[in-house]
Ligand binder design. Structure first.
Ligand code: SAH
Length: 203
């Protein structure tokens, strides 16, 4: 499958019906999700691999990983309404990831999920709850060697510092993408977000 084809399929994934600002429920725009997944795919981290999607929301990354031939995909999210929507999206696109509700900060989560080849995630940026992104980074590096994550542009220094001794930043893909209005405090219909897609490899 080509990148553009994946992007077009992911445009069909439905978004949060009532997104929570507290949980930073922003669906990854299809072009960002496709870029992250395609990057992982070209690095041979998707086809035939076991994938975990932390904070899966409505499932765009899980669905995309299935479309690119992952052997199995498990998505986990705190919000059961989101995992319900994720299941509907997977059905719509004819794929079968497993979705669980749970907290990535739960000490039993690593054992519950077990090891994976690859983690994909778009964690909360920590704009609403300070350090909300940290349990995502911690869990991802406990369960997988290879992690692909979306971070707010400018977070790279923090990320490098935070993972020191556990993993290294393998690659960074920076980009500016359109973000549709999600919350009432967003003033514009469409604004631009600058993100960094970061590939971490466990040391
Ligand atoms: N991965 C999705 C959603 C990104 S928004 C996508 O790419 O579109 C971040 C998601 O993390 C939200 O769905 C939110 O409910 C979830 N989340 C926030 N804190 C969490 C936690 N501690 N444990 C599990 N999920 C969490």
């Amino acid at each position: 499958m080509k990148l553009r084809e994946l992007e077009m399929l992911l445009e069909r994934v439905g978004t949060f019906s009532s997104p929570s600002p507290f949980l930073e429920q922003y669906q990854t725009p299809a072009p960002v999700a496709a870029r992250l997944l395609y990057h992982a795919y070209m690095n041979r981290d998707v086809s035939g691999k076991t994938i975990c999607d932390l904070g899966c929301g409505t499932g765009i990354l899980s669905v995309g990983a299935c479309l690119l031939g992952a052997a199995s995909v498990t998505g986990v999210d705190l919000d059961p309404a989101a995992t319900g929507e994720a299941k509907r999206n997977a059905t719509l696109l004819g794929v079968e990831p497993v979705f669980l509700s749970g907290d990535v900060g739960d000490p039993g989560m690593a054992d519950l999920l077990g090891p994976s080849d690859t983690v994909v995630m778009n964690p909360p940026f920590g704009a609403q709850r300070r350090h909300a992104d940290r349990p995502f980074i911690d869990l991802s590096l406990r369960i997988a060697d290879s992690v692909y994550a979306v971070f707010n542009a400018g977070s790279l220094r923090f990320v490098r510092e935070y993972i020191r001794g556990r993993a290294r930043v393998e690659e960074v893909v920076s980009g500016t993408f359109p973000l549709k209005r999600t919350f009432c405090f967003h003033r514009r219909e469409v604004s631009e977000i600058r993100v960094e897609i970061v590939h971490l490899r466990r040391s």
